[in-house]
Every structure is written in C-alpha cells, then in structure tokens.
Unconditional design. Sequence first.
Length: 217
Amino acid sequence: MNLTGPARTAEDVRAQAAAAKDLESLRACVSRCEACGLSKTRNQTVFMDGQGTRALMFVGEAPGADEDAQGVPFVGRAGKLLTDIIEKGMGIARGEITIANVLKCRPPENREPTPTEKATCTPWLDRQIELVDPAVLVPLGRHAAMHVLGIEESMGAMRARIHERGGRKVVPTYHPAYLLRSPGEKKECWKDIQLAMGVLGMPIPPRSDTGSSPASR
C-alpha cells in the first residue's frame, strides 16, 4: 500500500484518498495518480473548480479535451452553458459552487469511461465530496447520475425529483453538452436547478418567473 508516492493500484487510491486531510492534499494525490491507463494519455489531471460556499456540487462524468488542456472542469462550450446556468439562472458566481467529475483524467477521444476506470477513480470523488461537504449534489447527465446514485435508470426516471446519497440530497439533470444538442430540454434542466435551489433555500431570481431557462436567453 502506497501512501506517499504515486497511487499505482486501486488499493493505493483508496488508501491515499482516505488519508487526505484536506482538498489540497487530495489534489496533490490525484495529480500523481498512475492507477489506470489514463495516466499515460492525459495532459494533466482535472480536480475541481469553485469554492463550494453555496453547499452545492455539480458532478460530471469525465473531462474533455478543453478540460484536459486547462486542468479545470467544464471550460469548453458545455462549460460556458453551465456557467450561464449558474450565473444568469441561479444569480450567483460560478466560484461559489463546486464542480468536479467522476474521472479526474480525460478518456482518449472522449470515449465513455470503462467500469474499471470509474471504479478505480471513485475513491477520489468520494473523498472530495466528504471534504467539500455539499448539502446538494447535482449529477450532470445519465452516466454521472447513475454513478452517484448507484442505480441504472433512464435520465427521465432519475431527474425531476430529489434523491438521497449518504445523507445528501441529489438532484440529477441533463448534461450541458446534451442541452447544446437538444436546446428544447433547457426548460426541463432549469426546473431541476430550481429544485436544487429550493432544497438550499436559495431564492429564484425574479426574471425566471416565466419558467423559461435563463441559459437560453
């Protein structure tokens, strides 16, 4: 079991994640991780963004090319839409919430992560959630939602309601990349975001009274 050097096995990942006392030490462990083949193809790891002062955490599935290049989650076109949802819709700064992914490395060609890759990387996310300690998790997209909730359902079956995971509320919604392809679903996504805001007691900005998605404006 390796607690100091690069994590080279799933057991190392579990041990190092459990031993991390704060987010910076966890980030350092993640940056050195060599527990799966993605460590050989990444440019850098993608740990998280934001400060989490609103007790809200968005969780995607895996970094893409832009994220791999910049080391920050959700910075491409989908990231801009997520920023619009947060800032134009919720009326808060992006930095007030936390954004992360299940995987900390980009799968080549943006392919879907394998079950082994997700299982190996999961302790990093689990410890991240423990340290950030959000009251509400918002998984973005079906794969992230299934992973966070530990179930296999359609997006339609999971969204539009509040789930629980380890005492935290979970409100799944569509991935911003899907909304770029299917803009008609933005209104449904905004309903989910308002549901999460309601759990946190956050006021809905008056301009959203029509029920339309501010991100579509």
